[in-house]
Design a protein around this ligand. Structure first.
Ligand SMILES: [Zn+2]
Ligand SMILES: [Zn+2]
Length: 259
């Protein structure tokens, strides 16, 4: 059973269900000691662009206030953390940090859902055999991690590279090396495992095992029933022992400081 999970969403991102309170109740029931909310972050995009899979900027205050009130109420039973899953979009990142740090925030996880950004770039999860795309994904993730504000890297292997294994290995090794240098855990994503997505990829975590990179487990819960799925957690734990992964059960929370 997991004691810590820092990856959970809420109804606010438009593709998840469940209120913050329902998640907290489910997390307490499942025996979590620490539970972090990391809903898809609000992002200050140019006027006219609407991002459908994240909370709106004007929902931020209520998200934070709701979590602060729950922390007050449930504080003796569970350690609640206020966070976001966010992309590193260089063009908007400074403004993004300014926005979220104007409210209390404990941590960020990096989920690089698009290359460049979703306005002018493209999504990273689609199958692609373009080595330059993978290279760019790795470059941007490394640059994002260098900002120092991310506690861990969610679904690090989201770029679905269908080209030669040799290139897969070369590029992803670069990412893993960089995360190791910064001591940032790489997430085994339980949602991907549960749905049979392209991630977590055995090839990626095999390299992690060989190199001794830190890994962690994240539920990526978008529905209440996924707060605790023992059979999926078991699969992740099997992966950890099979590939001799260095599991970080309690990732060190890095403070979010504007750059
Ligand atoms: Zn999501
Ligand atoms: Zn997520």
């Amino acid at each position: 059973m997991l004691k810590v999970n820092l990856h959970a969403h809420t109804w606010r991102c438009n593709h998840a269900t469940g209120t913050e309170r329902e998640y907290v109740e489910a997390a307490v029931k499942a025996g979590y000691e620490q539970f972090g909310f990391s809903d898809h972050a609000p992002y200050p995009f140019p006027k006219g662009y609407y991002s459908s899979f994240r909370m709106r900027i004007d929902q931020t205050e209520d998200y934070v206030n709701t979590l602060l009130a729950l922390r007050e109420e449930f504080g003796d039973r569970i350690d609640l953390k206020i966070g976001y899953e966010a992309e590193y979009y260089p063009a908007f990142f400074k403004d993004f940090l300014r926005l979220i740090t104007s409210y209390p925030v404990d941590y960020l996880i990096l989920g690089q859902h698009a290359i460049e950004n979703e306005v002018t770039g493209k999504f990273s999860g689609h199958p692609s055999d373009d080595p330059a795309g993978l290279c760019r994904y790795v470059d941007e993730v490394c640059e994002g991690l260098d900002t120092g504000v991310f506690t861990y890297l969610a679904h690090p292997d989201i770029f679905f590279f269908t080209g030669p294994d040799r290139i897969y290995k070369k590029e992803y090794t670069r990412l893993i090396e960089h995360a190791m240098k910064l001591d940032i855990p790489l997430e085994i994503n339980l949602l991907g495992l549960m749905e049979g997505r392209s991630y977590p990829d055995e090839r990626f975590f095999k390299i992690c095992g060989e190199m001794g990179a830190p890994v962690c487990i994240g539920c990526d819960a978008h529905h209440l029933e996924n707060v605790c799925r023992p059979e999926v957690i078991q699969k992740a734990e099997d992966m950890v022992s099979r590939l001799k992964l260095k599991l970080v059960e309690r990732p060190v929370i890095r403070p979010v400081i504007p750059v």
